[in-house]
Design a protein around this ligand. Structure first.
Ligand SMILES: [Zn+2]
Length: 120
């Protein structure tokens, strides 16, 4: 469900959000191991690192956002941001491109990283 087709920035944001939830879940789980100090410490560390990582990802998204190109989506008429050569409209998921060579060609996930779009 998280890996449905959406713009890159939205995907990175979902990933960061997932990391935060994961981090807190792990830290919560650590509390269940109060009697095992070592296990608790390890869980706490993993959780803490996840939360730190997600902050890093948010920072990264912020920096990426400055590199995006703002366009008006030809499909839905709403402003959206394009990151890289091809991206997907944040409002209507219409594939958009900045590269004239790719214009008119069917959207190909290969232009983005694979793994990002999974069926089911
Ligand atoms: Zn659109």
């Amino acid at each position: 469900m998280l890996f449905k087709k959406s713009s890159k920035i939205n995907r990175i944001r979902s990933f960061a959000l997932l990391l935060v939830f994961f981090g807190f879940a792990i830290m919560y789980a650590a509390l269940l191991f109060k009697t095992h100090f070592l296990i608790m410490s390890i869980f706490m560390m993993i959780g803490f690192i996840s939360v730190l990582l997600s902050s890093g990802v948010y920072l990264w998204v912020g920096m990426l956002s400055t590199k995006t190109v703002k366009v008006i989506c030809p499909n839905c008429g709403k402003p959206t941001k394009i990151l890289g050569r091809v991206d997907i409209c944040m409002s209507c998921n219409e594939p958009l491109t900045l590269d004239p060579n790719l214009e008119g060609k069917p959207f190909d996930k290969k232009y983005n990283r694979k793994s990002s779009y999974k069926e089911g």
